[in-house]
Design a protein around this ligand. Structure first.
Ligand SMILES: Nc1ncnc2c1ncn2[C@@H]1O[C@H](COP(=O)(O)OP(=O)(O)OP(=O)(O)O)[C@@H](O)[C@H]1O
Ligand SMILES: Cc1ncsc1CCO
Length: 274
């Protein structure tokens, strides 16, 4: 996905809870979803045929399946539940191996990695990678997150260190979204840190999978080179939140279940994700 393709193919290695929601989000925005991950061979082949892979570590993703996409060119990683010790180990090992593969390939082709997690998951990664800092969240062994009370400057300080260690972009979600770029890959003059405060829609936390679906949305709407660009990632996070607030304003729903239907309809009605 080096160019802004009209209809990118998106491999979705998703948790059981969010899989069909994510596939529908990808379809809604005009891209092509493909799960393709029942065996190691199938996962590797599908990754090689797709423009971008979403690797979500919620059940039933195994280390074996995750390792099949280590050398995919563009990967959006969702470290769901990495505050749980066993899953945290799996996620950490994968990210370390991915970093090594990407460094080895860097002269030949760019490999882009975006880690998209909620605030508690990012806090868990901060601990796992021994970063000297915090984003102020409580650790959680479930996908539940907490927003935490932490100055934005300290949030970015911790995110920048983590991003550099991973060699990956970070998108940290919550009532505010944060995007950060590894310092060593920042293009001169381009902003490496972005925050999205706009468009408050807390209903996105009232059903399971809004964060997982954001991972799929980013994969489907941000072109390959944009996956290494904080501005481009910010722009898609912003659109996702804006559409949610539009739906809330129109009020054609009666709770979290019907909100999702209206939200997916609104995603599908948007003509451009530029
Ligand atoms: N108050 C809010 N206003 C606007 N957007 C929000 C708000 N809270 C969360 N979001 C958005 O909702 C999505 C889910 O965020 P959250 O941090 O809850 O993810 P998550 O815990 O990974 O979700 P899940 O595990 O259920 O998929 C993100 O796109 C985030 O930007
Ligand atoms: C509830 C749940 N448990 C593992 S993944 C998932 C979906 C939301 O992340």
């Amino acid at each position: 996905m080096d160019d802004a393709r009209a209809s990118p193919k998106v491999q979705l290695i998703m948790n059981a809870c969010s899989a069909s929601k994510a596939a529908d989000v990808v379809l809604a925005v005009g891209a092509k979803p493909c799960m393709g991950c029942t065996t190691y061979e199938e996962a590797a082949l599908t990754a090689s045929l797709c423009d971008v892979t979403v690797l979500n570590f919620g059940t039933p993703t195994t280390a074996e399946i995750a390792n099949a996409v280590l050398s995919a060119q563009n990967v959006v990683v969702d470290p769901v539940g990495c505050g749980l010790e066993t899953r945290g180990r799996t996620v950490k090992e994968w990210l370390e191996r991915r970093g090594a593969v990407a460094r080895d390939a860097s002269d030949v082709r760019p490999m882009r990695t975006v880690v998209k997690g909620n605030r508690s998951e990012i806090e868990a990664l901060i601990e796992l990678f021994a970063v000297n800092g915090s984003v102020g969240a409580n650790l959680s062994v479930t996908p539940e997150s907490s927003d935490g009370d932490c100055a934005e400057k300290d949030v970015f300080d911790a995110l920048n260190q983590l991003s550099e260690k991973l060699g990956a972009m970070i998108v940290m979600t919550g009532s505010v979204d944060y995007v950060t770029t590894p310092r060593s890959t920042r293009v001169d003059g381009a902003p490496g840190n972005e925050a999205v405060h706009e468009f408050d829609a807390p209903i996105l936390q009232k059903f399971s999978g809004a964060g997982c679906c954001l991972g799929a949305f980013l994969a489907a709407t941000v072109p390959g080179s944009g996956l290494a660009n904080a501005r481009a990632l910010r722009a898609s996070c912003l659109v996702y939140r804006r559409i949610a607030t539009d739906v809330v304003r129109l009020g054609n729903f009666s709770g979290p279940a019907s909100f999702q239907v209206a939200f997916f309809d609104a995603l599908a009605s948007l003509k451009s994700y530029e």
